[in-house]
Design a protein. Structure first.
Length: 238
């Protein structure tokens, strides 16, 4: 028997919520466990579903909503339920919102103009804890990062800021701990390759790629591949 993927829909527009509900209910392996129209209600509903023993496998989260926006709601949910799989589904492709959503803990970020097939594939991928970004979103998310200038060895003047904050320095050290092979994997992932494509490019098995990703996430101290790529990109390592 196929395992049902429980889905929570969060969007402030009733027609959009109901439209997604009717669309997703056509999939035999999807079950809608709730809908709500604002971020605060979403946070409360997620907790209620967890307590009932029926936590959502995937949460579709809009950004612009009353009371609490989708990014704040995502951050609040992930802070309490780090295993939550959230996809931000919105009409906004502003790069700052993309970065904010992914850093808040979302597994993915998609626009509402994707096809029904693409949405279903995104949900199934997220339910497995993996990331699937639209190519246009991935391009925007990763193209704005530039290499971080190297810190000068000279003593800084009173008005000079330290080039890297302690948090960034810690991340830099973590990235330096990656092996050459792990960097290769991370670079291909940053280019949008799937585990299978990475395996084919490097002539290894998908299981080996997954093991490399587990090591990468552990060394970088992040929860998913999107955040790993964001950190590495931000520091100019890939």
């Amino acid at each position: 028997m196929t395992k049902l993927i429980r889905i929570l829909i969060v969007d402030d527009q009733t027609l959009v919520r109901e439209g997604f509900r009717k669309l997703l209910e056509l999939e035999a392996d999807f079950a809608i466990v709730g809908t709500t129209g604002d971020g605060e209600a979403a946070v409360a509903l997620v907790e209620q579903l967890y307590q009932q023993g029926t936590p959502p496998d995937v949460i579709l989260m809009d950004i612009r909503m009353p009371h609490m926006d989708g990014i704040a709601a995502t951050q609040a949910i992930v802070a309490h339920r780090p295993d939550a799989h959230i996809i931000i589904l919105t009409t906004f492709d502003d790069v700052e919102l993309i970065h904010a959503g992914l850093r808040a803990g979302a597994l993915g970020y998609s626009l509402k103009d994707i096809t029904a097939e693409q949405l279903a594939m995104t949900i199934r991928t997220a339910a497995n804890g993996q990331v699937l970004l639209q190519s246009t979103i991935a391009s925007k998310a990763f193209s704005t990062f530039t290499s971080v200038p190297q810190a000068s060895t000279a003593s800084p003047s009173p008005n000079t800021r330290t080039p890297l904050s302690p948090d960034y320095i810690n991340v830099a050290v973590q990235v330096e701990q990656l092996t050459d092979r792990e960097r290769e994997v991370l670079t291909l992932i940053a280019q949008g390759a799937s585990n299978r494509e990475v395996a084919e490019r490097l002539y290894v098995t998908e299981g080996t790629v997954k093991n490399h990703m587990t090591n990468i996430l552990s060394k970088l101290g992040v929860r998913d591949r999107t955040q790993a790529v964001l950190k590495a990109k931000e520091l100019g390592f890939v």
